[in-house]
Design a protein around this ligand. Structure first.
Ligand code: B12
Length: 146
């Protein structure tokens, strides 16, 4: 059974290229991806995670307002009874001078992993496999064109 992950760009952010690449990489790695697209609210992430029985929610933000957009997100997930892995990535702060402090901020907000804009999707996928206790090949789908 493919493992389901929710992907989207939070808040009013309209940068779509990054999640398109992430969606392709995750799908190629065998994950079932529900891509909510850009300008996704916290409630839409939570509703989709519940509706699809997702194991992970991947939040993207590029425009510098991630902190405000993600405020209270984990309280919402908790109140919905959702025990999912949460990743956040992109240009999470204005500037990005000190990513370690940005990482710390988002870890304190409850995210399991925090990625900067230089992240290779394959590295995030390797982390996802590790966090979901998947073996390297488990979940991979062999696609045969016929
Ligand atoms: C194209 C672009 C736009 C286009 C977007 C078109 C579209 N619909 O996608 C337009 C012109 C609309 C735009 C608008 C704005 N933009 Co703009 N934009 C860019 C630009 C040049 C490229 C973004 C891109 O497509 N990159 C290519 C993809 C492949 O890379 P990526 O998005 O970084 O995604 C990768 C990683 O970040 C990572 N990743 C992303 N999310 C996640 C999530 C997880 C969980 C993981 C693991 C990894 C991950 O993996 C992705 C794939 O490799 C960047 C600058 C840059 N060079 O990055 C600025 C940039 C993101 N924009 C910026 C800004 C400020 C804006 C505006 C606010 C400008 C304004 N004042 O109007 C608006 C915001 C509008 C809105 N509502 O969103 C700033 C953000 C500054 C910050 N955070 O400090 C940037 C960095 C430019 C800059 N140097 O100032 N933008």
């Amino acid at each position: 059974m493919p493992r389901t992950v929710i992907l989207g760009v939070i808040g009013s952010d309209a940068h779509v290229v990054g999640i398109t690449i992430l969606e392709q990489a995750l799908s190629a790695a065998g994950f079932e991806v529900v891509n909510l697209g850009v300008q996704t609210s916290q409630a839409e992430f939570a509703d989709a995670a519940k509706a699809h029985g997702a194991e992970a929610v991947l939040v993207s933000s590029l425009y510098g307002h991630a902190r405000q957009d993600c405020e209270g997100f984990h309280d919402l997930l908790d109140s919905e009874g959702l025990d999912v892995l949460t990743y956040v990535g992109g240009n999470l702060a204005v500037g990005q001078d000190d990513f370690e402090s940005t990482r710390e901020t988002f870890r304190e907000m409850g995210f399991d992993r925090v990625f900067d804009a230089e992240t290779d999707p394959e590295d995030a996928i390797a982390d996802l496999r590790r966090d979901l206790n998947l073996t390297t090949t488990e979940g991979e789908q062999v696609r045969v064109d016929s």
